[in-house]
Design a binder for this molecule. Structure first.
Ligand SMILES: [Zn+2]
Ligand SMILES: [Zn+2]
Length: 146
């Protein structure tokens, strides 16, 4: 299904399908992690060392443009991506000390999205919600330090 979305998008843009791009997509869809371009390149290289960083970078951009990849920003200056295939909508909690992230589900936010959309005559497609703070381990470390 994801292959078809990408193929359709490439056709629309007049771009050729490439086996390297397909491999990047394949590796990306197999993980559930939040990956920076470097992270993904590292995984892709294990499969096919001939695939360069630029190919991974460009493919991720394409995937984001056709809605297969979403950017996640953990406020540390690194752009990461995740895919939404076969996944429920989730949100992230990020520790600003160690960078650890936790995924959580909060279906009540869907109701908020719907209500706000209605109120402003806006057609919402998705939303982001993020909690920043200190994880338990860092909190304990800080406490024992003082
Ligand atoms: Zn932490
Ligand atoms: Zn996530």
């Amino acid at each position: 299904m994801a292959e078809r979305v990408l193929a359709g998008y490439l056709r629309e843009k007049g771009l050729k399908q490439s086996s390297k791009r397909d491999k990047v997509l394949d590796v990306f869809l197999k993980t559930r992690d939040h990956l920076s371009t470097e992270d993904l390149h590292g995984l892709v290289k294990q499969n096919d060392p001939s695939i360069g960083y630029t190919t991974v970078y460009r493919t991720l951009k394409l995937l984001a443009q056709c809605g297969l990849a979403f950017e996640v920003d953990f406020q540390d200056g690194v752009v990461r991506y995740e895919h939404s295939l076969n996944r429920r909508t989730h949100h992230h909690m990020v520790c600003t000390s160690c960078g650890d992230s936790v995924e959580f589900f909060a279906s009540e936010l869907d109701n908020v999205q719907r209500r706000i959309g209605k109120e402003f005559h806006f057609q919402p497609s998705r939303h982001t919600f993020q909690i920043l703070g200190t994880c338990e381990a860092c909190f304990k470390k800080n406490q024992s330090a003082t």
